[in-house]
Design a protein around this ligand. Structure first.
Ligand code: UT7
Length: 330
């Protein structure tokens, strides 16, 4: 017996640290200017965690808000998936920490590692689980504390990243109420070296000797990544539309991963999306990796930019390389 349920978005939430680091603040840390950061990336400020805070604090707060929004109790969750590459620990997963914080005692919980595209990979996985009848309710969180793995001596990367968490509650529903119209994901492991933290894992463990290299932090070939991002996000957007049988002109809002305003503008122009249909909040948060789309989705809903019934196309790109998309109707 093959069940085939629809899957709908029942609620959203977000949580970011209070502490803000401005471009002006960064100009006292590395050789940079507000003008360079603004024109090259579109970022003006980013939220950053303090020494006494951790990923699970924000992931659980975003999750709690999404549950409240959905009117669902934590005990009713079957799955908790957290997309992150900056979890509390090497193991166990941050999802089990959040499970305990929320009191979701009937759930199974695990992390998803696909860098900035992680939350879309997690949505795709949760949709497949719920559509198959494996469970009824999933909490899917994107949560990153990238400033913990930022090299504060590398001006080409340290100006780009911020911290935060975003969450959605997904629920199995009747096929006619389906709200996840399509998902599409892809990766290319031949391009690991373009965006990674080369040491500090089990391949090259951190030692006293290699610590100073900074290679346990984010390294990125920015220009190369930029080119792949524009091309692959364009492909991902089109694949989601084709899979759903929806034309670009029927999409109400494009929510791209917020990595660089110039990548977002190039993508929108490739897809022929007018500026008023493209959601941008990179100026406030910087690149929050797997959290960027769920933060933007919740913010767009709370500002009334994304309204009930709207079709929203979400597209991301990140280390791996990974890229993917989802077309939803809220
Ligand atoms: O989230 C996942 C994926 N990540 C991305 O999508 C990021 C993709 N890449 C980018 O967004 C852009 O490549 C960056 C914003 C990282 C860099 O912009 P760019 O236009 O590609 O600059 P660039 O790396 O080519 O550097 C241009 C110049 C260089 O100086 P020279 O060699 O031309 O003299 C850099 O040294 O800008 C210099 N530079 C800076 N100057 C002031 C690099 N970083 C800085 C800085 N402040 N922070």
């Amino acid at each position: 017996m093959d069940a085939n349920f629809g899957v709908r978005i029942a609620g959203t939430g977000r949580a970011v640290p209070d502490k803000i680091l401005t471009n002006e603040d960064l100009s006292h840390i590395v050789d940079t200017t507000d003008e360079w950061i603004t024109t090259r990336s579109g970022i003006k400020r980013r939220h950053v965690i303090t020494d006494d805070q951790k990923n699970s604090d924000f992931a659980s707060e975003a999750g709690r808000k999404a549950l409240e929004d959905a009117g669902i109790k934590a005990e009713d969750l079957d799955f908790i998936i957290i997309a992150t590459v900056t979890g509390d620990f090497i193991f166990p997963s941050t999802a089990v920490v959040v499970q305990e914080m929320l009191g979701a005692k009937n759930a199974s919980a695990w992390d998803m590692s696909a860098a900035c595209t992680g939350w879309l990979f997690a949505i795709s996985q949760a949709k497949a689980l719920l559509a198959s009848g494996a469970g009824k309710t999933a909490l899917v969180i994107g949560s990153e504390m990238l400033t913990r793995i930022t090299n504060w001596k590398d001006r080409s990367t340290c100006v780009l990243f911020g911290d935060g968490s975003g969450a959605v509650v997904l629920q199995a529903c009747a096929p006619e109420d389906n709200g996840i119209l399509s998902t599409w994901t892809r990766s290319d492991g031949s391009l690991i070296h373009l965006l990674n933290a080369p040491i500090g894992g089990t391949a090259v463990p951190l030692t006293h000797e290699n610590l100073e290299s900074g290679l346990n932090k984010i390294t990125m070939a920015g220009r190369e990544v930029f080119k792949h991002a524009v091309r692959n996000m364009g492909q991902a957007a089109i694949e989601a539309l084709i899979k759903a049988g929806v034309s670009a002109s029927d999409v109400d809002l494009l929510i791209p991963h917020q990595a660089n305003i110039r990548i977002i503008d190039a993508l929108a122009s490739r897809l022929d999306f007018p500026p008023e249909k493209v959601y941008k909040n990179i100026q406030e948060y910087g690149n929050t990796s797997a959290a960027s789309i769920p933060i933007a989705l919740d913010e767009a809903r709370s500002k009334g930019v994304a309204k009930s019934g709207d079709k929203i196309l979400m597209v991301a790109f990140g280390g791996g390389l990974t890229w993917g998309s989802a077309l939803i109707q809220i």
